[in-house]
Write a protein that binds this ligand. Sequence first.
Ligand SMILES: Nc1nc2c(c(=O)[nH]1)N[C@H]1C(S)=C(S)[C@@H](COP(=O)(O)O)O[C@H]1N2
Ligand SMILES: [Mo]
Length: 535
Amino acid sequence: MSTATTEAPGRSTPEEPRIPAGQAAGISVLAFAAAVGVGHLVAGVVSPLSSPYQAVADTVVRIAPAPLVEFGKSLAFPGLPQGKADKVGLLLGVGVALVLVAVIAGLASRRTARPGRMTVGALGLVGLAAVVFSPVFTLPDVVAPLASVGAGLWSFRWLHEKAYARALGPNTFIEDLDGVSRRDMLISSAAVGVGAAGAGIGGYLLGAGVDITGSQTELAPLLRPTQPAPPIPEGADFVADGTPTFLTANQEFYRIDTALRLPAVAARSWSMRIHGMVDRELTITYADLLRRPLVERVVTLACVSNEVGGSLISTARFIGVDLRDLLVEAGVQPGAQQLYSTSLDGWTAGTPVDVVMEPDRGSMLALGMNGDPLPLEHGYPVRMVVPGLYGFVSATKWLADLELTTFQARSPYWLDRGWARFAPIKTESRIDKPRGFESVPAGQVTVAGIAWAQHRGVSKVEVRVDGGPWQQAQLATEVNRDSWRMWRAELTVPPGDHLVESRATDGTGAVQTALRADPVPDGASGWPIISFSAA
Ligand SMILES: Nc1nc2c(c(=O)[nH]1)N[C@H]1C(S)=C(S)[C@@H](COP(=O)(O)O)O[C@H]1N2
Ligand SMILES: [Mo]
């Protein structure tokens, strides 16, 4: 009984003293904040990926059911770039949940500190478990979660003793605490609060301080491809008619991922294992990759979540090493069906081994993009690129591990959430001009857009107005079959409202299907349709 020490023999307590509710809740919130802050600070020193708060949030993403993740992805906060709102939302959500638990634990601890301390301890275990079961756990990572629980327990006890002594009043029998003044209480609380905030901010700065930009500047000159991609020919886009530029600038490149924070691992400390069904397990550092021939390939990445007409598609010159060559060195064993890749933040993808190993597929581990080291948002230091497959089954960013295995043995992140196992990119087109509901002068109207069928190439695009006959569009110069192809067409339209549709034909002769499909499970389909008016 913890109250035993505070009650003198023979002293009658008609009403047991209790810490005022507000104060009890406040103490608890401060102690929780101290736990989070100290955990973050120590993680910043030891290893940025071991912060218990972040690890818990990551775990929520890793085990969250599909509807929650979809909901998250649909969130938008004003002022935040695409692909960021869900992350901020989740971190805030975990924060709010933590404050609620802290308040409840505080209110339950008005007489004795035990409920609060047990709650801090229990959450500490959750944080520890989240760190230990993270995909990139190493032993020193336990330090931050342990420091976090320690700080939480200590702060809770310290503040609670003082508050309880105050509640007992001046006759307290705990000598040290006799007559804890209001001022003393406030100063102690403020000390814990400021310490927690300082530690949290310190940890954030330390984590951000892994010198990524420095390391990227050092890398830039090392990423000269031994086999550069041919320059993009004149006439590869129809920008003047409203298409995107052929290459997408790194800052403009679409971004999709579940990462709550960008895993900040510098190239010089990066390494990865290739293991599982291989003859020789390989451990590869960034320097090992730089010693290999560097290839450069122009590839259009596309997201399976892209709606018809959507913008989740972009093109870059990727610099890196040939993935097939690397796997040949490891010796892929017969029966290995799936290349199961894990990212530093625990996301996973499963790529069919037979596709990755096709000699002319061009699968690669990319280190650079458009002449620069990969930006952090796009997978620095190392990501996978497999032309022709949607990103969720092939384009693992912040690569941490490659395992050769069977389909049976491992199920990747989005497969568990109802998306497909196999997801080659569908033959599609998009109309960029006219924009939806645009008014244009009647007569000659230019229609322009993009078409893609990565790894098969685009051989034809047709457009039609108001359900009339299909007319062949002019194709831009082909760059390669792994990237998009721009098109334009001159149509003559009378005044009034019109609908324009497009359809692409790929290099195998297959025509883009009219069948409308949602993005789930293996990509949207259907002809894009734009309504505009001519006057
Ligand atoms: N680590 C990690 N890699 C990932 C993802 C992710 O959530 N985590 N998303 C994938 C998906 S769904 C797509 S479409 C591409 C997008 O790559 P980009 O953001 O560089 O355009 O990354 C893939 N790689
Ligand atoms: Mo995606």
